[in-house]
Design a binder for this molecule. Structure first.
Ligand SMILES: [Zn+2]
Length: 333
């Protein structure tokens, strides 16, 4: 891993997929063969989200038994702790690992065991976000949420909706997330990544605490006003968004617009391995491309702590660590 000025800064990450973030060593160990970087990571000519999603089949094959899930949890914490991520919300779709006697409940339990081992040894706090899938039926997604509900507050912190946004609008999932709300489960929704602003609007109306990506909110004053009013967190993933062509050119990326518009912007990796990204690398990139100051980076880390699904005591401790961090211009305030 390449070090930069943000490597040792205490960080919070809210939007990171387990399968897209498994280390190459772990995938090789699980598959029992050498794996080329090309098999796991998109290259410069990635043209779309669909092409990006092709890279998930190999890592997903490593998550099909309890040993793989435990190992993946540990491998994930190892990767994020290396760059001083102090708290992470890792997301995955339990239904994509469940089959036969390996129920969603057992899938989640196995992953939590691996994450917990990582936390004990390496000190990074975590929570799991369970992803309902756009391509799955209402019944399938509801059964997964009910299984995950058993772990709420004990390793699971909330839900998400993932998958092909262009093919399945948010409007089809309003009933599912009304049920999540009844269960007391907070949620974030992938919306406006490559889809329309209407998906963001529907996600807000459904009661989303946060929006994954939200790129389609660019230039939409009414949506931005709603997000400000409801204190909705925006999970931007710059490297991934540029790779999947969520905007036509890097100059169209709305990070500066959202920040100046007073939104609760956070920066995330989305998929560490598929995107070839680290959180410190993302922070360095947005400083280079969009003139983000050190103080703004710190503010976005504070935003992440505030809009996270962590307990208040964890949030307070994260804010304390971020504010006490040394080095860079952020030290002068
Ligand atoms: Zn995502």
């Amino acid at each position: 891993m390449q070090k930069n000025k943000w490597t040792d800064f205490p960080k919070v990450e809210l939007h990171c997929h387990l399968d897209g973030s498994l280390s190459r060593e772990f995938v090789e160990e699980r598959l029992g063969r050498k794996v080329s970087l090309k098999e796991l990571q998109v290259d410069r000519d990635c043209r779309s989200l669909l092409q990006y999603l092709e890279k998930f089949s190999l890592p997903l094959a490593c998550l099909q038994d309890e040993e793989g899930l435990r190992g993946a949890g540990y491998d994930f914490i190892k990767s994020v702790s290396r760059e001083n991520v102090r708290y992470v919300e890792v997301r995955f779709a339990p239904s994509l690992s469940a089959h036969g006697s390996l129920t969603c409940g057992r899938v989640i339990r196995s992953l939590l065991e691996g994450l917990e081992q990582g936390r004990r040894e390496l000190g990074t706090e975590y929570n799991v976000i369970v992803c309902a899938m756009r391509g799955h039926t209402f019944e399938q997604n509801l059964a997964m949420l009910q299984a995950a509900r058993e772990f709420l507050g004990q390793g699971v912190c909330g839900a998400d909706l993932a998958g092909n946004e262009a093919a399945y609008p948010m409007a089809d999932f309003l009933e599912l997330f009304a049920r999540a709300k009844e269960m007391g489960m907070p949620f974030t929704i992938h919306a406006g990544e490559c889809g329309s602003p209407a998906n963001i609007r529907d996600a807000i109306d459904a009661g989303a605490w946060r929006i994954g990506h939200g790129i389609a909110m660019r230039g939409q004053d009414e949506l931005k006003r709603l997000c400000r009013q409801k204190n909705i967190g925006i999970e931007l993933c710059p490297v991934s968004n540029l790779q999947t062509k969520a905007v036509e050119s890097p100059g169209d990326y709305p990070l500066r617009e959202f920040l100046d518009g007073g939104l609760k912007v956070t920066v995330n990796t989305d998929n560490r391995t598929v995107s070839g990204s680290t959180l410190s690398g993302e922070l360095e990139l947005v400083q280079e491309l969009y003139g983000i100051s050190d103080l703004e980076i710190r503010r976005m880390m504070e935003n992440a702590a505030e809009v996270s699904f962590a307990d208040d005591s964890v949030k307070q401790e994260l804010l304390r660590q971020i504010r006490a961090a040394k080095g860079g211009d952020y030290e002068t305030l």
